[in-house]
Design a protein around this ligand. Sequence first.
Ligand code: ADQ
Length: 456
Amino acid sequence: MTGRLIVLSNRIPTEAQPSGGLVVALHDCLTQRGGIWIGAAAEPTATPDEGFRTVATGAYTRLAFDLTPQEFETYYLGYANSVLWPLFHRRADLMDVQPGFAEGYLGVNARLAGLLADFLRPDDVLWVQDYHFLPLAHELRRLGVTNRIGFFLHIPFPVATDVPALPEAAVLPDWVAGYDVFGVQTRADVERLRILFDRNGVSGALGDGPIRLRGREVLPLACPIGIDAKGYRETAAKSAGGDRIAMPPQQKLVLGVDRLDYSKGLVQRFAGFGAYLSARSGDDPQATLLQIAPPSREDVDAYQDIRMQLDLTTGSINGEHGEIDWTPIRYIRRPVPRDDLAGLYRRADVAMVTPLADGMNLVAKEFVAAQDPANPGVLILSHFAGAAEQMPQALIVNPYDAQDMAQALRRALTMTLAERRSRHAALWKAVDDEDIGWWTRRFLNALGGATVAEVA
Ligand code: ADQ
């Protein structure tokens, strides 16, 4: 690739040296090859600028575009987070389809396409991130843009039988057809995408190569996102985050770390932990579940509901099983600084990563990277996290089955050192081999024209 790399995401980092996996990976990549990162300004404004605004320059440039409060309401909180997010996470029942949401979403995408069409040079390569911008390439093609355009979906691709719940289902193939590479997290996502197009009558959709759609070729690519595994291991080894946990030595620490979101299976996780406590015999270790879950998207009703359910479940389990000197669930609804979190992961005996649906789930990878290989903790991982494809040596559970999770917990809490080490060694290899640098290279190779076999 000779042109500039232009990345578009809903948010752009605001700090000079950003932290957080994806942000760091894209920052490093753009720093090396130069380019531009475009995203929405941090706050909506009633007096938006017409075009892109430069917010930082250096090895690469960061540009912001403004959203009006109404666009924020309809495009972001509305269509992206109250329609697409629940549908793509198999919760069509939680969709909130309202007049104006789709128009807002399409309007923002069309406006951005107009700005980008003027801005792009012939050799530039555009990499669009996530469900906020599904129709962007389609809009750009309508304006005559012929540049290579890639898309990466961070969340699961929806099941074909759920897609008709989307009022815009009929145009979803047009949206996908605008891209040259349509990246998703797992092979299962690629399969769902191919099945959808097969059902839509696209011949050859079930093959291995690009899909011919609306006269264009789109390559579906499984490209599981990774973390900076070595860097994270070092951060965790240095962190004092675990030292603040005061627990009697015989007590085990089980850790959960998630954004407070209904897709993360928190109520089911608490139920699984409760089932362990209920069935616990005298020989089974006493364990405390430390759940860190900062709220997100609180303006969306479904998020207020999950927060209430979780408050109730915590109270009920603590009331039933707590003792004067022991609170079984410690629930913190606040973000924890990144370095402290790394130390907490390292200190934990077990991590429960049990979403009902998740594109990848980086917490699973961070937990593995943070462990002391000589005395590692055990990962309990949902079958429904994208990470389960790369991490079969975790204890894989069904998050809908409290008894299954209780048994996995017992197994994790009593696992021999030899088994913990061998499982961890295999998991570390997967997390380190396919790290965030690998992810960026794999995607950009495909966008540069490599086939699936060549990028593997
Ligand atoms: P998320 O749904 O946000 O991301 P996840 O992959 O778990 O989910 O990433 C969360 C990040 O936030 C992790 O780096 C984690 O350390 C951090 N974090 C979580 N809780 C925290 C807390 N309490 N305090 C501080 N930090 C916290 C979406 C998709 C995922 C996909 C990612 C990346 O939903 O499936 O893995 O994008 O593609």
